[in-house]
Unconditional design. Structure first.
Length: 114
């Protein structure tokens, strides 16, 4: 008997914007970082990077990233850097951190806990 696909609903990525007292924006991400969510993430970063030199992305609520999500996050990081904005991943979920380590991208992103 095959598992019922509806028993594991795909959690869409949600992104909330929080701004620290010093004005640093943090994108608080929850859900799964797949192609659709990664596109949303890229759009959010693009909207904010023109006004900020530093942008934080809290990935504590992202427990799954597929290859398209990973590629888009990396592309977004490079795009932000080219635009003069440092994109830092913080509070990265252990499963996602493992993926970054396997892909040798752990040194690209600043996974610091705040």
């Amino acid at each position: 008997m095959s598992p019922n696909p509806s028993s594991q609903p795909q959690r869409e990525l949600t992104i909330d914007l929080r701004v620290s007292p010093d004005g640093t924006p943090t994108l608080v991400c929850r859900g799964r970082m797949v192609l659709e969510g990664a596109t949303q993430f890229r759009a959010q970063v693009k909207n904010l990077m023109a006004q900020h030199k530093l942008l934080l992305a809290d990935l504590s609520g992202v427990d799954f990233v597929d290859s398209s999500g990973l590629g888009s996050v990396l592309g977004t990081y490079i795009s932000a850097l080219s635009g003069g904005c440092a994109l830092k991943l913080i509070n990265v979920h252990p499963r996602v951190r493992d993926l970054l380590n396997i892909a040798h991208l752990n040194t690209v992103f600043d996974d610091r806990h705040q």
